[in-house]
Design a protein around this ligand. Structure first.
Ligand code: PGA
Length: 242
């Protein structure tokens, strides 16, 4: 089912007190009833944020594909289950780029995520070279197909389209560029699964450009990095649907 979503990816930012303050400010902010707000804080703060029992949903930026084992420094989906965390970001381009996450690993994480009952926010997006090659739609659809291989329902899937060249660079995909990709992804999902789901855009989305992006037919919201670290800009983005 499609719904409007604005999610904040805090990446490796904030101290504990900054995270708590930001979460409280976001949760006490005004936003339309039909927009789902969600934050992905650093995982070390998940319990602290949860203990505040506020309305804004919380998710984890990453979790290992195995349930347990000798994987020093990792955390498992079972651990997140035991905390009551319900949302998981999977395959962010920074995970792919800096931590060697392949399409196959992303798929393993998605499959596990479904099995473990998470809402899985699956990230896809092309590099600058891919975009310049002109072949970007095929590349993005290939990522989607590989990430969802073996999955037979979209009930727990949300797609985040994040062109790598637009993440943290200040350079946003134009509304037309983003719309083109969202449309193709949606067409593929409907053809394959016979149902629809939310597809959100990420990559230098901010209060100044959110309205135009969110007014595109196939854009259901945003995955926000830098602009999610200040409650006022994050809330402005959440109020950018026309
Ligand atoms: P950005 O990050 O908004 O800072 O470009 C988006 C993301 O990486 O999810």
């Amino acid at each position: 089912m499609r719904r409007k979503i604005v999610a904040g990816n805090w990446k490796m930012h904030t101290s504990l007190s900054e995270a708590l303050d930001l979460y409280k400010e976001i949760s006490s902010g005004v936003k339309p009833d039909d927009v789902g707000l969600l934050v992905f804080p650093p995982s070390i703060y998940l319990s602290s944020l949860q203990s505040l029992k506020l309305d804004t949903e919380i998710g984890c930026q990453n979790a290992h594909q195995e349930d347990k084992g000798a994987f020093t420094g990792e955390l498992s989906q079972h651990m997140l289950n035991s905390l009551g965390v319900k949302n998981l970001l999977i395959g962010h381009s920074e995970r792919r780029q800096y931590f060697g996450e392949t399409d196959q690993i992303v798929n393993q994480k998605v499959r596990k995520g479904i099995e473990n009952g998470f809402k899985c926010f699956v990230c896809v997006g092309e590099s600058l070279d891919d975009r310049k090659s002109g072949n970007y739609l095929d590349i993005i659809l290939d990522q989607v197909k590989k990430a969802l291989d073996g999955i037979n329902s979209l009930d727990q899937i949300i797609i985040a389209y994040e062109p790598v060249w637009a993440i943290g660079t200040g350079e946003t995909a134009s509304p037309d560029q983003a719309q083109e990709v969202h449309h193709e992804i949606r067409k593929h999902l409907i053809n394959t699964f016979n149902v629809d789901t939310s597809i959100i855009y990420g990559g230098s989305c901010k209060p100044e450009n959110a309205k135009e992006l969110f007014s595109q037919t196939d854009i259901d919201g945003g995955l926000i990095g830098g602009a999610s670290l200040k409650s006022d800009s994050f809330l402005k983005i959440a109020n950018s649907f026309s």
